[in-house]
Design a protein around this ligand. Structure first.
Ligand SMILES: NC(=O)c1ccc[n+]([C@@H]2O[C@H](COP(=O)([O-])OP(=O)(O)OC[C@H]3O[C@@H](n4cnc5c(N)ncnc54)[C@H](OP(=O)(O)O)[C@@H]3O)[C@@H](O)[C@H]2O)c1
Length: 456
């Protein structure tokens, strides 16, 4: 076993040596590449590799179930004739391919196949956020054991180099906080609702444009974003989080009226993913993490991202805030990130590796909150709400009520001074039981970018 591992430990250097030879005229050595999954991103990666002809890189295999229909597609016809198409993953695993690019998505059967590829001495490039969020630590260990690389720069924010930027450019800082928009579908929906459209219409448009799946839950309920938040936490905060432990809140309860009230408060609404380190007495270092629609000040750069744009703000102890922004998805932008990873692997560029520790997660943040109620109006409602809030120690900051709504279905808003998430949730649960409440109250955290508050 030790001998095998040692030999394979030379694999990354051997791949780089092959490329070094290949860029010298007359030297035929090439780094051979296979693509698993010829869908939106896989076909774009093939197109980029075919069009750009990077010296020393050769696409040799494409794997996809029922590959004939892929080969006959317009994208398939542009693939060089020398490429072997297969629907048998064993062909790839047994081949002399140096780098496997995985663009199928999901955990199974992908994880097992990539484990075999890594064990066979092949480096892996992937854009698969679920795989990296849930299985990344184990796969990274396996890659290290076999002296090959596992890189996933495209797994968060597609074409925006957040991961390589953090690894190469920010590893020297002590990052304490991350916040931003990492799901383009939600950003498209919310930034269109900002201009007056309603949720159902915009969601239907997003589905028609291919931004949202027929079942939009992974996006709108925050599961896609939390996988990405966990990957970013590992890289920036060196904290391994259980994705299932990260609190999520759906954007589906947001209504047009919330944008009206948000504007009155100098804010808009975005799906925000945030993670923050803090020391909790008796518990040590914990990560406060949450994916939820939040009120964002209009003056914050996060509010300026529209459509499918992504934006991540990384706050470091020494370097302050750094902002990454751009198109987070789409075949070609994501393919650029994948091919950049491939080139780095082929040239033997090792990514920065710092120790990562498992960390407990809490959804608690100390923040002001926005509460929107829809009531059958009658005297005493405001004082009942105020009583429920003061019972848990939450102070009202403002009350907003726009004219023009019927008294029997009146939407109005209360904002609170900073208080803990659990505190406000406790109060909202008791307010929701009041007879006058026609809907479950909406409770949104208000993001304060320049806050000096300590979470927890
Ligand atoms: N699209 C983006 O903008 C974007 C951005 C960042 C990251 N990503 C990530 O990139 C990966 C690929 O995304 P995508 O949008 O390209 O997905 P996609 O269009 O659905 O492509 C996936 C491809 O893999 C094939 N495939 C899936 N499971 C397979 C299996 N078990 N055996 C054989 N072939 C299989 C599919 O074949 P069929 O056609 O038969 O289903 C399809 O051709 C995902 O991990 C995604 O999260 C995508």
């Amino acid at each position: 076993m030790a001998i095998k591992s040692k030999q394979q430990g030379k694999k990354t250097a051997a791949t780089a040596a092959k490329l070094a030879k290949a860029v010298k005229p007359g030297k035929p050595a090439v780094v051979k590449v296979a693509i698993l999954g010829f869908g939106t991103v896989g076909s774009s990666v093939a197109a980029v590799l075919t069009a750009s002809k990077f010296p020393g890189i050769e696409l040799t295999h494409i794997f996809n179930r029922g590959f004939e229909r892929k080969r006959r597609s317009a994208a398939g016809k542009r693939v060089p004739a020398s490429v072997v198409w297969t629907d048998d993953v064993g062909v790839i695993l047994a081949s002399d391919v140096d780098v496997v690019i995985e663009l199928m998505g999901g955990l199974n059967p992908v994880e097992g196949w990539l484990r075999k590829a890594l064990a066979a001495g092949k480096s892996v490039v992937t854009a698969n956020k679920q795989l990296i969020a849930y299985r990344g630590a184990g796969l990274a260990r396996l890659a290290e054991q076999h002296g090959v690389q596992l890189v996933y720069g495209a797994a968060v924010a597609g074409g925006v180099p957040v991961i390589p930027g953090m690894l190469q450019g920010l590893s020297g800082d002590t990052v304490t906080r991350l916040s931003g928009i990492v799901n383009g579908t939600c950003n498209y929906i919310l930034s269109r609702m900002e201009t007056g459209a309603d949720y159902a219409t915009v969601l239907a448009d997003a589905q028609q444009l291919g931004y949202a799946e027929a079942d939009p839950s992974a996006d709108v309920d925050g599961f896609d974003a939390r996988a990405k938040l966990c990957i970013l936490s590992r890289i920036a905060l060196h904290a391994e989080l259980d994705p299932d432990a990260v609190a999520t809140q759906s954007i589906a309860a947001i209504e047009a009226i919330d944008f009206t009230y948000a504007k009155e408060l100098g804010c808009t609404i975005r799906q925000i993913s945030r993670a923050q380190l803090s020391n909790v007495k008796g518990e040590g270092t914990v990560v406060h993490a949450r994916v939820a629609p939040m009120l964002v000040p209009l003056a914050s750069p996060i509010a300026w991202s529209h459509g499918t744009q992504n934006m991540v703000v990384v706050s470091g102890r020494f370097g302050g805030d750094v902002v990454f922004s751009g198109h987070g998805a789409g075949g070609e932008p994501t393919a650029v990130a994948v091919v950049s990873d491939l080139l780095a692997v082929a040239q033997g560029c090792r990514t920065v590796q710092l120790p990562v520790r498992k960390r407990a997660v809490t959804g608690e943040f100390m923040a002001p909150h926005y509460l929107r109620f829809v009531v059958d109006d009658k005297p005493g409602i405001v004082s009942a709400i105020s009583g429920a809030l003061s019972k848990v120690g939450a102070n009202i900051d403002s009350i907003l009520q726009r004219p023009g709504y019927p008294k029997h279905r009146l939407p109005f808003v209360v904002t609170t001074e900073p208080c803990l998430t659990s505190t406000i949730e406790h109060a909202v649960a008791s307010i929701a039981k009041m007879d006058c409440m026609l809907e479950r109250p909406l409770c949104l955290q208000m993001l304060v970018m320049e806050d000096k508050e300590d979470a927890g």
